[in-house]
Design a protein around this ligand. Structure first.
Ligand code: NAP
Length: 228
């Protein structure tokens, strides 16, 4: 029960990696707040998580829209009064060569991953600082290497590392640990069939649970490559 008494917020937790992280946090005794856009999948995830005996708040959010994020953060703080761990996980991918990438695709990928992480962090950081808590950013192997046909995704995921590096320095004195996880292929809906099989989402959750709990604060600023 490494997270007993903690309030953990996970974006993009209706399925895939975010849901696996939320499940692990519940297994470790945390209360969790989860967000995603689709209400049906979010409510199904919340129902399953509540079976683990923890308090669960599920609230629809579009992380790329500031007003939606503020309403999500307000709901979390109204319900729990605190936030100890934030996992910025929501993301979308698009596959197209640069010359075939339209502006809308570029904006969606960058706005959800990069701007979304900024907006959610901005909204919840005062609470995380008050708790001397932790912020985990889910980047990707695409934040470490380039892949043809993934320019928007690679740009957003590289950008997240820069964001986390700056954030690390801003909150160091407040005792907040910031860490970035860069998974390789993970078996979720996002992974194109040609990359299957990847690792189970539970492997990412293992690392997230460690970083959210007993990882020493000296690990702040770490970028964890989870692609072997
Ligand atoms: P996934 O199965 O497609 O799940 C994505 C989650 O994010 C869903 O809950 C989705 O729900 C939510 N989401 C998408 N857009 C959102 C928005 N605008 N606002 C709020 N929530 C939103 O993807 P995944 O594979 O678990 O990916 C999770 C994270 O891990 C992403 O950041 C991804 O880039 C990263 N990652 C994935 C892999 C991989 O191989 N799968 C590898 C490295 C990194 P709604 O659509 O209902 O909003």
């Amino acid at each position: 029960m490494r997270l007993y008494g903690k309030v953990c917020v996970v974006t993009g937790a209706s399925r895939g990696i975010g849901r696996a992280i939320a499940e692990r946090f519940v297994a470790e005794g945390a209360a969790v707040a989860i967000g995603a856009r689709g209400r049906g999948a979010l409510e199904a995830a919340a129902k399953a998580l509540a079976g683990g005996g923890s308090e669960v708040l599920a609230r629809p959010v579009d992380v790329s829209v500031a007003a939606s994020v503020q309403a999500f953060a307000d709901a979390v703080l109204a319900r729990f009064g605190r936030a100890d761990v934030l996992v910025c996980n929501a993301g979308v991918a698009a596959r197209a060569r640069v010359v075939d990438t339209c502006e809308k695709q570029w904006d969606e990928v960058v706005d959800v991953s990069l701007k979304g992480t900024f907006l959610v962090t901005r909204a919840l950081l005062p609470a995380i600082e008050a708790a001397r808590g932790r912020v985990l950013v889910i980047s990707s192997i695409a934040g470490r290497q380039g892949t043809a046909g993934s320019s928007a995704y690679c740009a957003a995921k590289h950008g997240l590392i820069g964001f986390a590096r700056a954030l690390t320095e801003e909150v160091r004195q407040a005792g907040v640990l910031v860490a970035t996880i860069c998974p390789g292929s993970v078996d979720t809906e996002m992974l194109p069939p040609e990359f299957h099989p990847g690792m189970p989402a539970a492997r990412v959750a293992d690392v997230a649970a460690f970083l959210a709990s007993e990882a020493p604060r000296e690990l702040t600023g770490s970028i964890i490559d989870l692609f072997g």
